[in-house]
Design a protein around this ligand. Sequence first.
Ligand code: PMP
Length: 396
Amino acid sequence: MDLFKKCYEFTRADEVKAMGVYPYFRPIEENEGPVVKIEGKRIIMAGSNNYLGLTGHPKVKEAAIKAVEKYGTGCSGSRYLTGTLDLHIELETRLAKFFNTEAVLLYSTGYQTAQGIIPTLVQRNEYVISDKDNHACIVAGTLMTKGSMGELLRYKHNDMDDLERVISKIPLDAGKLIVSDGVFSTGGEIVELPRLNEIAKKYNARILIDDAHAVGVIGKGGRGTASEFNLEKEIDLTMGTFSKTFASLGGFVAGAERVINYLKHFSSALIFSASPTPASVAAALAALDILEEHPELVDKLIGNANYMRTNLRALGFNVLEGRTAIVPVIVGDDALAFQMWRMLYDNGVFVNVFISPGVPQGRQMMRTSYMATHEKHHLDEILNVFETAGKKLGII
Ligand code: PMP
């Protein structure tokens, strides 16, 4: 049997393209702010993770340009060998201070960060216990424990009774890591951290929280999930990304110095991959400066998301509860989701479409997300376009 048979037989994307409703891989021609240009058209972006809108900020751009001038375009080596710049250390030190942890380690993407942490820490006769709705990079990282001889267990999404049911069956003295998204990337809900922490302490488990969608969004001054619940001292490891609030590319993990030191010496995803580029690191540093100097941007972001949550619901849409930057509008059907996306797009609004099997049947959604740089007139325009499309399609 030809290995590629499955590739030739995969025609779903072609069918959706033929129907003119294919929403993926759209090349963006201009990307300066909440308004982008696609196919020559002005489109309001309501699906970006550029939460504070800093990718176009003059200080962030200038920092990246200066870093290229000083250090060149790439590091051509891993952190372990020739790829560590003073800039990497500066960002690690600054982030450790920001999160009030002993140490931070950078990875080249957030995706890699999960793969760098989980199989490195969870080894023979040790356990990782993961929320069933965790991000794909955590799923990948937990599956890698097959290679490190660790054990993988999962619990129902954000269901702390189920977590306790699962964890209580593991020997009390076995090493354990509970992993959860801080803010879940699809539904935007926040982990039940106080209960998760109690369970972790009761059963001798360490905690890893993925704060990709939490930093710059929740917690004091955007310091993420642990800060949101005043549990900074209790959460062993927090990982995150530079591809959202930090307007760049790369990942990081924050925690105790001895644990970070161990990851530095045993994490394959770090040792065998080139370090983040000078421009990426400098951009993230500049974004961090702005986040520290302007915590009001976080309030503006949350105000924008709350405005949309309230007003989309007032229009009659089925909007999931939440208090983060992610505002999912449930449509409940693949075909309807694609049609809705096309109508929004034709009328100048870009959102993300989540269909099955990425989300369960009935949960197909327009996953909208907001930025601190959206102004009220942008948000009202998005609402108008949603209202027209929703009425035409009989959704509201
Ligand atoms: N974790 C979560 C929860 C995410 O949503 C993402 C990106 N979508 C990542 C990790 C991966 O981050 P990166 O883009 O840096 O690979």
